[in-house]
Design a protein. Structure first.
Length: 297
């Protein structure tokens, strides 16, 4: 079985749906409350496990009950959490999402006081037996070190560029086989505005494959052959977009695991992300790989 190491952020998501008909000036009642795991690399790991991959996750939590709950949301679906870094005496992170028909989607985050994953935490043995390394940009220096070690071992690297400093993004471009970015971040990094030019610039700076997420317009990508491919967004009954980008990222990793052509990777990642928006959070509507491929025809 092909194996993935997913390294990055994990949290506990509490997602509430505000009841539109029962409210007062200082009170809002919830019609639904969902508690589930969250975080880019963590949700991507869960999706990959759901699709049959062998996944190891590395992130950081405190040694409190919330940290144990975060770990359980991963291990319960078969993700290997044995290498998760547990900080003694520290408080784990938490995210709260409120879906209000009047105010829209609101996100509230507490990072706790957990120290981030550091270079000193990194163990190259994490890469033993790994085929693809996924890094989400949450812990730049530790993830850069792992990407360098992965590259030296011949392990393929998928990197998300969201929220990383420019110098980190530049190095990730030289280390990654695939980079995934929003259009805005990629445009700022490349210094150009047209989608074709953005992808071409990222590929020329070292990425073997550049994939750009376009929100309601779908996604686009380019390999080093210079051909720009577009994948239109799917029409869905949208409930919540929390975690959709994380699930999309997992679809890209699955494509890299199996060396899919770019068109197939874009199509699969796109439909997986769309399907995840039909339920609360990034994980409640995860569909099997077979189910998603059936939707693709």
């Amino acid at each position: 079985m092909m194996r993935v190491l997913s390294v990055g952020y994990c949290t506990l998501d509490q997602i509430g749906v505000v009841e539109p008909t029962r409210r007062s000036e200082n009170r809002r009642e919830l019609s639904t409350l969902s508690v589930q795991g969250g975080g880019t690399a963590a949700t991507a790991a869960v999706a990959l496990a759901r699709w049959g991959a062998d996944v190891r996750f590395v992130g950081v939590v405190g040694d409190d009950e919330r940290g144990r709950q975060i770990e359980r949301t991963l291990s319960a679906v078969g993700v290997d959490t044995s290498k998760v870094v547990r900080r003694r005496g520290q408080i784990s992170q938490l995210s709260m999402v409120m879906l209000d028909p009047e105010l829209g989607r609101r996100l509230y985050v507490t990072p706790g006081n957990v120290a981030p994953l550091a270079v000193d935490d990194v163990n190259e043995a994490w890469l033993d037996g790994i085929d693809v390394l996924l890094v989400d940009g949450a812990y730049p220096q530790a993830q850069l070190l792992l990407a360098r070690r992965a590259r030296a071992r011949g392990v393929r690297v998928v990197a998300e560029l969201k929220g990383v400093a420019r110098d980190v993004a530049e190095e990730l471009l030289s280390l990654a086989d695939v980079v995934v970015s929003s259009e805005r971040v990629a445009s700022d990094l490349s210094g150009v505005g047209a989608l074709r030019s953005i992808c071409k610039e990222l590929v020329e700076r070292g990425a073997g494959r550049a994939i750009i997420t376009l929100g309601v317009e779908g996604a686009a990508g380019m390999d080093n052959d210079g051909e720009l491919l577009r994948e239109e967004a799917r029409r869905i009954r949208e409930v919540d977009v929390t975690g959709a980008g994380d699930v999309f990222l997992a679809g890209v990793v699955l494509g890299e695991l199996h060396r899919w052509p770019l068109a197939r990777t874009l199509a699969f990642a796109n439909v997986a992300a769309a399907r995840s928006c039909e339920g609360l959070g990034g994980r409640s509507s995860l569909t099997t790989r077979e189910g998603l491929e059936a939707m693709l025809g």
